[in-house]
Design a protein around this ligand. Structure first.
Ligand code: SF4
Length: 439
């Protein structure tokens, strides 16, 4: 959306939550700052939200350009990648073929996609085009209208992702998991609107309860995102056990809080890092169990390569920084590391109200902006394609800099992860890969 600035309208984000660590110098109870938080975006004009038909047109153009770039990599760049990362001959073709398989995946996140007035037509349009769609939502809409999940499901969403970030302790979550829908709504009404992360937690448990009541055969997948930080890492095993016991069919997706997004100093203590190492070891063990056909105790998303990179980061002398995303992985390190394309708002200034956003770039910083490209629903497909090729240069020559992260779709598939990994972690990672995956 656009926000009124001093002398112009400026693109920004719109959200009905406030996920910040402080407000006017006082702690809110949150553990991270989201650029879409409403206290950071006062004056946002909701009517400048881009409508469904523009977004669908733009997503089509971007995905065609991204598919073209990926095909080019599969044809011309994969061999060099496979040599560099010692991929055995027997695995090369199966791995390469994953790059050219349909369907494409669209992840709606950032701000609160469920709050978009056209969210149902957007999901229906994406389904009609054959895309798999994930929506990361807060759960507030379901708190206000019980039929919300049914309408998202009918529109074709594949996975609903909810945030379980702001748990003060394992007993705190275990208590919430015992509450009825009415009790959860009552608890939610008592939370300060400045503590968006706590609101999201209660909204998430409430939405998950509604999901559980839907017929298992027709409902979308459910995924819990969980930011791991110094305050909850020691309890993470118990938190995951509580969630997977209550929602045995849900997928769990814990990840370290990314201090690099905000340029904040990493804050894991020595003891917390030790807790993280133990937790990572258990997660790797669970990945083995699930690969062998066992149930596993937590229902983690199958992503062994990600846990191996976390393990390599924890072996580094600057483990705390690495976990926080500092230089660990960079989407712009090479063409292969950036399979996905992010579309966001980039702070473009305008003189009159109009549909805002639709800019290629990164949600968290401006390092990948291309100010010469119009919104994706106006940009020619070949210009978007050219942008994808030029993205690595843009990140190093543009004004804004990005220190890296460990995030987009949790660093993507194995090809993306390895291609974007800091070379300083490579030996350690490859030793772990040999130990756990035998190549
Ligand atoms: S590495 Fe890429 S996705 Fe991650 S914060 Fe930087 S620009 Fe954004």
């Amino acid at each position: 959306v656009l926000r009124r600035g001093n002398d112009a309208l400026v693109e920004t984000h719109l959200c009905d939550h406030n996920c910040t660590i402080t407000y006017r110098g006082k702690a809110t109870g949150g553990h991270y700052n989201c650029p879409a938080a409403f206290t950071l975006n006062r004056g946002a004009i909701a009517s400048t939200t881009a409508p469904a038909e523009l977004l669908l047109e733009g997503i089509d153009r971007v995905l065609r350009a991204a598919s073209d770039a990926q095909l080019a990599f599969a044809r011309d760049g994969f061999g060099a990648y496979a040599d560099r990362f010692a991929i055995p001959d027997s695995l090369r073709e199966p791995l390469r073929s994953t790059l050219i398989q349909e369907p494409r995946e669209v992840a709606l996140f950032g701000g609160s996609p469920e709050a978009h007035p056209d969210i149902v037509p957007i999901l229906a349009g994406l389904q009609q085009r054959g895309y798999v769609t994930h929506i990361t939502m807060t759960g507030r809409r379901a708190m206000r209208a019980a039929g919300c999940l049914d309408s998202l499901t009918s529109a074709g969403v594949s996975v609903i992702a909810l945030s379980i970030d702001e748990v003060s302790s394992a007993p705190d979550l275990e208590r919430l998991l015992q509450l009825t829908l009415a009790e959860l709504r009552s608890e939610w009404r008592k939370i300060s609107p400045l503590n968006g992360q706590r609101q999201k937690l209660v909204e998430a448990v409430h939405a998950a309860r509604l999901w559980q009541q839907m017929p298992a055969s027709g409902r979308p997948g459910l995924l819990f995102n969980m930011a791991v930080h110094g305050g909850n890492v020691a309890a993470m095993g118990r938190l995951l056990t509580a969630l997977s016991t209550e929602f045995p069919r849900a997928m769990l997706n814990p990840f370290p809080m990314q201090s690099a997004f905000e340029g904040r100093r990493p804050d894991f203590t020595r003891d917390q890092l030790e807790d993280f190492r133990e937790f990572t070891g258990r997660a790797i063990q669970e990945q083995h169990e699930r690969a062998a056909g066992a149930a596993g105790s937590w229902g983690l998303v199958p992503r062994m390569h990600y846990w191996l990179l976390l393990s390599a980061a924890l072996n580094a002398h600057d483990a705390s920084s690495r976990l926080g995303g500092w230089t660990t992985w960079q989407c712009y390190r090479s063409a292969a590391s950036g399979h996905y394309v992010q579309v966001a708002a980039t702070g473009t200034r305008m003189l009159a109200p109009q549909p805002a956003g639709g800019r290629v770039g990164c949600f968290w910083n401006n390092a990948l902006n291309d100010d010469s490209l119009p919104s994706i629903w106006h940009a020619p497909q070949d210009s978007i394609r050219k942008y994808l090729d030029e993205r690595p240069q843009l990140a190093t020559t543009g004004g804004a800099k990005c220190p890296g992260c460990l995030f987009p779709r949790l660093v993507g598939d194995m090809i993306s992860l390895e291609s974007g990994m800091d070379p300083g972690l490579c030996d350690s990672y490859l030793r772990l890969r040999k130990q756990h995956l035998a190549f």
